[in-house]
Design a protein around this ligand. Structure first.
Ligand code: G3H
Ligand code: ZN
Length: 279
């Protein structure tokens, strides 16, 4: 069923377990993620980024499919709007019944980030929607590899108090859209943030993190773990092999289906790496 993001993430944070938050672009991604989560009996977060919405040209068609996929799942599935910079898009997501949103004002100067985020929090909480924000920009969204950013624990605690956000994305060594899994995480900083910040922590750019470091990050206090690029690599690799194997293939179900099957297996594997809670 469709679940509240807080009902998945809060108990996981208390139990030092990870929640997989995987990005959806096509319907096949949503199906793969849900199948992968059902195979291990774990709750999961399906997330649509503002960039993915831009690709589709509108939120409603893809969001309707994702929400329907969540509702029919046998495990709790939250539907989350990822990296929203548009307050109007947040409103649309709330109206469609999303479980949560990430409002990303991290490019703004700190005071403006606080003001804009607090406004979004007030509107979302009135509708029962959970809000994630980011402090200390995790680079790479524009193709720039910027692993140097770090979130200060005291600033993070103050930001959470000032905005009322339900979860905080922090910069601890990752960068978005990495194709190799060799990011160097600052585990001491993760522990320091966990001790200082009263809400669950979110790791972005987790495609660049090796399995053992994902597990350690969860053990040190990261809870929601966002993975997009790595699953696209798995999906696209399978599609490419299927097409290479049969140059006469034209039925889109054949190659998209192979991508979906490969992605589902990787989701199952990653949920175990993250020590996801199971029913
Ligand atoms: O918000 C989405 C994630 O941070 C995904 O980043 O593509 O580097 O895994 P990634
Ligand atoms: Zn991200």
């Amino acid at each position: 069923p469709l679940a509240g993001t807080g009902t998945i993430v809060t108990p996981a944070a208390d139990a030092a377990r990870g929640v997989g938050a995987f990005n959806v672009i096509q319907l096949e991604h949503a199906q793969a993620i849900v199948a992968g989560a059902e195979a291990v009996g774990a709750p999961v977060v399906l997330q649509l980024s503002e960039n993915a919405v831009r690709y589709h040209g509108a939120l409603t068609p893809i969001a309707s499919a994702v929400l329907a996929t969540a509702r029919t799942a046998s495990v709790p599935v939250a539907v989350h709007l990822d990296h929203a910079t548009s307050a109007d898009l947040v409103t649309e997501a709330v109206e469609l019944g999303f479980s949560s949103v990430m409002f990303d004002a991290s490019v703004l100067p700190c005071e403006e980030n606080v003001r804009a985020t607090a406004e979004v929090v007030a509107r979302c909480h009135a509708a029962g929607v959970w809000v994630e924000a980011e402090l200390g920009e995790v680079g790479g969204k524009d193709g720039v590899h910027a692993p140097g950013a770090r979130t200060d624990p005291a600033e993070a605690a103050a930001f959470v108090a000032a905005t009322g956000v339900d979860a905080l994305a922090v910069a601890v060594g990752t960068s978005h859209a990495m194709l190799t899994r060799d990011a160097v995480l600052d585990f001491d900083l993760i522990a320091g943030l966990r001790a200082a910040v009263p809400v669950p922590l979110v790791l972005h750019g987790s495609s660049g993190v090796a399995d053992e470091h994902l597990t350690r990050a969860v053990e040190h206090g990261m809870t929601k773990v966002n993975i997009a690029t790595h699953l696209n690599q798995v999906f696209t690799g399978a599609v490419r092999r299927t097409l290479d194997d049969d140059p006469s293939l034209v039925d889109t179900r054949r190659y998209l289906g192979s991508g979906r099957t490969a992605m589902a297996a990787e989701v199952t594997r990653l949920l175990r790496v993250l020590k996801a809670p199971t029913a």
